[in-house]
Design a protein around this ligand. Sequence first.
Ligand code: JFZ
Length: 452
Amino acid sequence: EPAAPAAAEQVEPMTTPEREQRMEWWRDARFGMFVHWGLYSGLAGTWEGKPVGERGGMEWIQYRVRADTDTYAERALPLSKPTENFAEQWAKLAKQAGCKYLVFTTKHHDGFALHDSAVSDFDAGSKLDRDLVKEIVDACRAEGLRVGFYHSVIDWHHDQYEYEKSNQLPHPLKGKPYPNGERDHAKYQEYLHAQVKELTTNYGPVDILWWDYSATDFQGEEAWRAFELMDLVRNKQPQVIMNNRLFRIPEAGWTSMQMTGVAAQLNPKYGDFVTPEQHVPDRGLPGVDWETCMTMNTTWGYSRHDQAWKPNDQLVHTLIDIASKGGNFLLNIGPTGDGTVPPESIEGMQAIGKWMETNSESIYGTTASPCDAPAWGRITTKGDTLYLHVFDWPESGELTVPVEATAEECTLLADAATKFAVSSSDAGLTVKLTGEAVDPYATVLKLKLTEP
Ligand code: JFZ
């Protein structure tokens, strides 16, 4: 009889062949579009004719003004009139921008479900006589995009939702008694599971489940029956990829408010990827699948008062920066109450798309740079090829690439006939540039290394 394996050998592997296969399209995609859209969109950051608070976070407007669900819905619903083809506009824009997937809010913290739900009357089916989830999914599929469901586990509308246990989530109705007396959070959990079951049963393949979110002292099993919820989704959608926001414990990769933690180790039992928000980790998160989500101005949900738009060069550079660190970029749009995308967001997405038209080969299917980011730009890798993204065309005409390797050839990605000489030195490889930058944001050179 062989001896029983030592305890250390019984530890689950960090990843499995099944997971590697399942993550493949997502890792290759590198770029997705996020959409925050719900009842808050119609309110547009305005309550009783006044802008609400500072900029940012206008999907939290109900909480900001401490409105109960009835008052909030009464004011927001007349402002929520989706056009016939709003979803096509989103999907076409995502496609044009070079996004491979689209993640949208099936329900945000206000609790309003965008699908036609049998277990709720606070949903688009009941209130707008539309199944907006179906419309969005169909539009994405028509453009060949993968589809992700953002789903808030926090729910300010459900009368059994236990908010007092969460140190970070005071309820809009805090202090007011519920009409039906004691809360029973188990009832909310049942409702949550029932809606997630509808979402993962009635709309065909769901590529991503983007959970949002847990507090440090109200998370995971206790708050959401999280493992059962994940199993439910996996049984319906074996290929689904999920983030780790059903949990908020150091082991799950979140030791700070920054969503990445100190070590950023992620045990796949808590989810497939981590979600840095509004920032790019300095050196990426080696060994962990990660996706930075970011707004184009400062709010996720539409506000007519927020004009702090990021410039196009910054958007393009951020996409490249993230790819060079091995992550994905989920860039947000916040459409208005009728589903129209703000012109500034269209412009930003199209600027990325124009750059991608020529250069997407240096983004899709690439992996992180083999070295730290050089001062002149960013590097991505595909097999023996390095893609040099030149943000600042050097006056010296020389680019140093700090890698120990020999080069076969260096060409312009936009025009393979343009070749540059490469020499070796102690500092690595030096590319001798000729001419000028061919792109206002980032000119890409393809540096093929000699196979070792
Ligand atoms: C959450 C939402 O509250 C927000 O409205 C938006 O949907 C965003 C993408 O996700 O925002 C969070 C959640 C958790 C933290 C910060 C922002 N956190 O714990 O640091």
